[in-house]
Design a protein around this ligand. Structure first.
Ligand SMILES: [Zn+2]
Length: 347
């Protein structure tokens, strides 16, 4: 009987020391010490059948075996736990000498960058920035800037009118603004003259999309209202803005026609493609039109409820998208509305 106990002890201890995790240890415990069918338990159950003198000695030995198995189980359990903790510490150890991993960094869109430059130039001249609605009424977009319903100049700005069926809104009352000039009347209403403001934003016109046309583009409008303002002030302002935004450019003015200004003036810059020699882009003129401007028409003041005899001023509108193309040497307007990161990363 004692030999059997020794075998069980050796067998159990060997298995315990080879165990790799807590579950294995539990299986071993059940195998030897399990209440109903444990190998040691079954042997101990036979003790009462032994002769009295043998019973005491074997009984004590059996207890020692049981104790040894239990202690070895406990010790191995601790050892496995310790090893596990050491492994975790090893994998989580930080090597401070390794080069850092930087998250990928984005950058500003060409339009945003250009807008920031425009903002700085206007800030320098003491202009405030204002913004207005992209969904505009026909009245603010056209009528109030001296483009009444029958004005031929409206034809040049084919518009996206909102579908107002099933509503009480009169058809043709709301549209996506075709120009930032809608801000002229809104500024006159909102701010008491004298003032100087500029207003950038998106505009929309019905157009076939190609390299130089899109249905969505950015513009900015400059508006100045004060006393004794003359065309000379306007020309000086435009010259300063264009030369600040496009360093090294040459500027030229010619007369134009816009409903909301009288007289109207167009600014031209030396063609950036051919440098003035003449090319298809500038229609062989060597110059390309960059903005429209003029002295604010008295009807615009009247539409906003201001007496035109008291005030003089000017307004001008320029393509911000166009400016972004010129500044970044991009020859296709569609690049600016493209979401392909491989293209945008170049700027
Ligand atoms: Zn040219």
């Amino acid at each position: 009987m004692q030999d059997k106990l020794i075998d069980i002890k050796n067998e159990a201890v060997a298995q315990i020391l080879a165990a790799k995790d807590a579950r294995e240890l539990e299986d071993i415990r059940v195998e030897y010490l399990g209440k109903s069918a444990g190998k040691l338990t079954l042997l101990i159950k036979k003790l009462p059948g032994l002769p009295p003198e043998e019973k005491a000695i074997v009984g004590q030995f059996a207890n020692e075996v049981k104790q040894t198995i239990e202690e070895t189980l406990q010790a191995q359990k601790k050892a496995i736990q310790k090893e596990k903790e050491a492994n975790i510490a090893e994998t989580e150890k930080i090597d401070v000498t390794l080069p850092a991993v930087f998250p990928p960094e984005g950058h500003l869109h060409p339009i945003t960058k250009t807008l920031k430059e425009v903002y700085e130039v206007f800030k320098f001249m003491g202009y405030q920035m204002i913004t207005g609605p992209e969904i505009e009424t026909d009245e603010y977009n056209f009528t109030r800037v001296n483009m009444p319903k029958d004005a031929p100049s409206r034809d040049a700005q084919a518009s996206f009118y909102l579908d107002t069926r099933n509503s009480k809104i009169y058809p043709g009352e709301y549209l996506l603004r075709t120009q930032t000039s809608n801000m002229q009347s809104r500024a006159l209403e909102r701010i008491r003259p004298p003032f100087r403001v500029f207003s950038p934003g998106k505009c929309f016109r019905v157009d076939d999309v190609d390299a130089s046309h899109g249905f969505e583009f950015w513009q900015f409008e400059g508006i100045l209202i004060d006393k004794n303002i003359t065309v000379t002030n306007l020309l000086g302002t435009l010259d300063f803005i264009l030369k600040s935004l496009l360093p090294g450019t040459e500027v030229r003015f010619k007369s134009g026609h816009f409903g909301f200004t009288e007289p109207s003036i167009e600014a031209m810059i030396r063609c950036t493609i051919c440098g003035g020699r003449g090319c298809p882009y500038c229609k062989n003129l060597g110059w390309s039109e960059i903005l429209g401007s003029g002295m604010t028409h008295p009807n615009v003041y009247k539409a906003a409820g201001i007496d035109p005899r008291g005030w003089t001023g000017f307004a001008f509108g320029m393509g911000l998208s166009r400016l972004a193309l010129l500044k970044n040497q991009i020859d296709d307007l569609r690049v600016l509305t493209n979401s392909d990161l491989r293209i945008l990363k170049q700027f």
